[in-house]
Design a protein around this ligand. Structure first.
Ligand SMILES: Cc1cc2nc3c(=O)[nH]c(=O)nc-3n(C[C@H](O)[C@H](O)[C@H](O)COP(=O)(O)OP(=O)(O)OC[C@H]3O[C@@H](n4cnc5c(N)ncnc54)[C@H](O)[C@@H]3O)c2cc1C
Ligand code: SF4
Length: 316
C-alpha cells in the first residue's frame, strides 16, 4: 500500500487548483479504473481529488439542437436518457455493451473516456512496458497480442483502446470540453482526443496535466439507423475483440467506426465513403497499411463480418 492523501472538491475551479498545487495528484470520479490501477501500483498518485461532488451531473439540450453531457453523468444515466435512447441510440447501445450494471452505475462519462488500455503486460509490473515505464520496451512485441491493435500502432506500443462509449462518440462527432489549472476552457474534437503511440506511448490523451473534463457535447442528431455490435470472448464482463459503431442512412451512406482494433476508436472518412459499395470495400480502406501480428490478424476479417452483420440489420 502506497500512502496517499484525499480531498473532495466543491467546484471545477477548486478541483483544478487542488491538482495543480500538489505534484503527483490525480482526479478520481467513479474510481472503477483508477482504484484497480492503484492496487496494482501501476498508478501511484500522491493525492486524490474526488470530483464526484462537482455540479457536472446533468444532460442538457444545447442551443444548436444537440446535447451537453456533464463529465460526471454516470454511464447508466447516459445510456438511459430518453433523448440518447431515441436520437443517439448508437451511444446508448455502446454503453450498455460495456462492463456490467454495477460498474456502469459508478463509471462517469469523463472517466470512461480516460480509461487506460488492457494490454496484459501493462498490468504485469514484472514485464517491460513502454506505456507504464517509458523506454523499458514492449513485451507484447513477439508476446501475447491476440487482443491488441492491428493499425495505428508504433514500434513502441501496439495496445488497443478497449472502450465502447468512445467508439460511438467518434461516430457522432462529439467534442470534449475541458478546464485547465488557470480556469481556461477548450474544446477537443473526439477524433483528436486519443493519441496514437508514436514515440511516446505513455501519452494516451490530448489532455494537459491537471486538465479537467467538464462535459462532452453532441451535435444535432443524425437520424438514420443506429448500431453498435461488439464481438467478445464471453457475453458480458468482457472487453471487445472487435466492435462496430454505425449510423446508416436509407440511401446506403452513413458513418462507421471500429473499436478495439487501434489505439483509438478507428474512423476513416474515406472508408466510410465506401459504405454504398459494401463492407469489404469499407474494411479494405479502413485497414489499409495495417500491421497485425500473427495472433491478431483475424481481427481484420472479423471487422468485415461484423460490419456485414450491422449493414444487414439496417432499419431505414
Ligand atoms: C471489470 C471491468 C470491466 C469493464 N468492462 C468494460 C467494457 O466492456 N467496456 C468499456 O468501455 N469499459 C469497461 N470497463 C471500464 C469502465 O468503463 C471504466 O473503468 C470507467 O468508465 C471509468 O470511469 P470512472 O468514472 O470510474 O473513472 P476513474 O477510475 O475514476 O478515473 C479514470 C481516469 O480518469 C481520470 N478522470 C476521471 N474523471 C475525470 C475528469 N472529469 N477529468 C479529468 N480526468 C478524469 C482519473 O484521474 C483516472 O485517471 C470495465 C471496467 C472493469 C473494472
Ligand atoms: S503494447 Fe503497449 S501497453 Fe502493451 S506491453 Fe507494449 S508498450 Fe506496454
Amino acid at each position: 500500500m502506497i500512502p496517499f492523501t484525499y480531498e473532495r472538491a466543491k467546484s471545477p475551479a477548486e478541483a483544478v487548483k487542488a491538482i495543480a498545487s500538489t505534484p503527483g495528484a490525480k482526479f478520481i470520479a467513479g474510481g472503477t479504473n483508477l482504484l484497480d490501477l492503484m492496487k496494482f501500483q501501476i498508478e501511484t498518485p500522491t493525492h486524490l481529488v474526488d470530483i464526484r461532488g462537482l455540479p457536472l451531473t446533468t444532460i442538457e439540450d444545447s442551443a444548436d439542437g444537440g446535447l451537453r453531457i456533464g463529465a460526471l453523468v454516470t454511464n447508466t444515466d447516459l445510456a438511459s436518457h430518453p433523448r440518447v435512447k431515441r436520437e443517439y441510440a448508437v451511444l446508448s447501445r455502446a454503453i450498455v455493451a460495456g462492463a456490467t450494471g454495477q460498474l456502469r452505475n459508478k463509471a462517469s462519462t469523463g472517466g470512461n473516456l480516460l480509461q487506460r488500455n488492457r494490454c496484459p503486460y501493462f498490468y504485469n509490473t514484472d514485464m517491460p512496458c513502454n506505456k507504464r515505464v517509458p523506454g523499458s520496451g514492449c513485451s507484447a512485441m513477439g508476446g501475447v497480442s491476440r487482443s491488441l491493435a492491428v493499425i495505428g500502432t508504433s514500434e513502441g506500443c501496439i495496445a488497443q483502446n478497449p472502450g465502447d462509449m468512445a467508439v460511438a462518440l467518434t461516430v457522432l462527432d462529439a467534442t470534449v470540453e475541458t478546464m485547465d489549472a488557470a480556469g481556461r476552457t477548450r474544446s477537443i474534437p473526439i477524433a483528436d482526443f486519443h493519441r496514437l503511440p508514436g514515440n511516446t506511448p505513455e501519452v494516451e490523451f490530448a489532455l494537459e496535466p491537471g486538465e479537467l473534463i467538464t462535459a462532452v457535447t453532441l451535435p444535432p442528431p443524425l437520424g438514420g439507423s443506429h448500431h453498435y455490435h461488439k464481438v467478445r470472448d464471453r457475453a458480458s464482463y468482457a472487453f471487445a475483440i472487435v466492435s462496430v459503431a454505425a449510423v446508416l442512412q436509407k440511401d446506403g451512406t452513413g458513418r462507421v467506426a471500429f473499436g478495439s482494433v487501434a489505439p483509438r476508436p478507428w474512423r476513416v472518412k474515406a472508408a466510410e465513403a465506401a459504405l454504398p459499395k459494401g463492407p469489404a470495400a469499407v474494411v479494405s480502406a479502413a485497414f489499409e497499411g495495417a500491421t497485425p501480428t500473427k495472433d491478431n490478424a483475424f481481427k481484420i476479417p472479423l471487422a468485415e463480418r461484423t460490419l456485414a452483420l450491422v449493414v444487414a440489420e439496417r432499419r431505414v
